[in-house]
Design a protein around this ligand. Structure first.
Ligand code: KIV
Length: 278
């Protein structure tokens, strides 16, 4: 049965961890459909893992929509969240409502994700007030990596810790459905989990959260440019693909592919009759 927002809230209330992963295409969504996953995010990490860019900044709204449409077709059960790409909502409330509305309409997702805390609260609230469910994203915000000069862990000092906590409180007050907290010290995550009524999901911010979210390619060994420090790699999909393609290669080179029983055949006599008319 389709997982709804109330189910995610229920999990939090019952102290049960939610599992969230990313997906970017139809085939992966169909596999995830068979897994114990509560929500799927079409992350702007697609910019890196699907398009080979150096950061999340380069991906466009149109590209995000293409990936999300594929995921939507393959995903029936988990809650579906689509990431809003860089500069699709930051410029103004009007842009935010228009672009988040477009994503909701064209991808049929359950919620959009917007990176930002108090500095963007007017745009986030405008989107929520227009009827669009929003997942917030605070702590280390990858779309701001140029401002940070990299991807730091945040919240070690008083100013940062308080700022992230205030961002979380502001998002809940604005009506966000849930929050993703990235690369932040665990006590900040714990504080927000215990003091907010909406779910707080961690990525690289410790275990004291209402659940964990990861980039699926990281845990299956399918993106090697950069593996985050907190990741466990559970499979070596790249290696398995390499192995399968090399076995195919060997079969082609040795004349073993395709197999006899899979070749469309005709008798030589019949073919002779056809070729006479050439
Ligand atoms: O883009 C992304 O993949 C994310 C993470 C939180 C998983 O934002």
């Amino acid at each position: 049965m389709k997982i709804k927002y109330k189910d995610l809230l229920e999990k939090k209330k019952n102290n049960r961890k939610a599992v969230l992963v990313t997906a970017y295409d139809y085939s992966m969504a169909k596999v995830l459909e068979k897994c114990r996953v509560d929500a799927v995010l079409v992350g702007d990490s697609a910019s890196m893992v699907m398009l080979g860019n150096n950061s999340t900044l380069e991906i466009s709204l149109d590209e995000m929509i293409v990936f999300s449409k594929g995921v939507r077709k393959g995903l029936k059960t988990p809650y579906l969240i689509v990431d809003m790409p860089f500069m699709s909502y930051q410029p103004s409330r009007r842009d935010a409502i228009k672009n988040c509305g477009r994503v909701m309409k064209e991808t049929r997702c359950d919620a959009v994700k917007m990176e930002g805390g108090r500095e963007l609260i007017d745009r986030i609230k405008a989107v929520i007030d227009s009827g669009i469910p929003v997942c917030g994203h605070i702590g280390m915000k990858p779309q701001s990596f140029k401002k940070y000069g990299g991807y730091p862990i945040m919240g070690y000092n008083e100013e940062e810790a308080l700022s992230i906590i205030r961002d979380g409180i502001a998002l809940e007050k604005a009506g966000a459905e849930m929050i993703i907290i990235e690369s932040t010290v665990d006590l900040v995550t714990k504080y927000l989990k215990e003091n907010l009524s909406i779910p707080v999901y961690s990525i690289g911010s410790g275990r004291e959260s209402d659940g964990q979210i990861v980039v699926v390619n990281d845990i299956i060994g399918f993106y090697s440019d950069f593996v985050p420090r907190f990741i466990n790699v559970y499979e070596n999909i790249s290696g398995r693909i390499e192995n399968a393609v090399n076995r195919f290669s060997a079969d082609v080179e040795k004349g073993r592919f395709p197999q006899d029983k899979k070749i469309p055949k005709m008798s030589k006599e019949e073919f002779k009759k056809i070729i006479k008319n050439l």
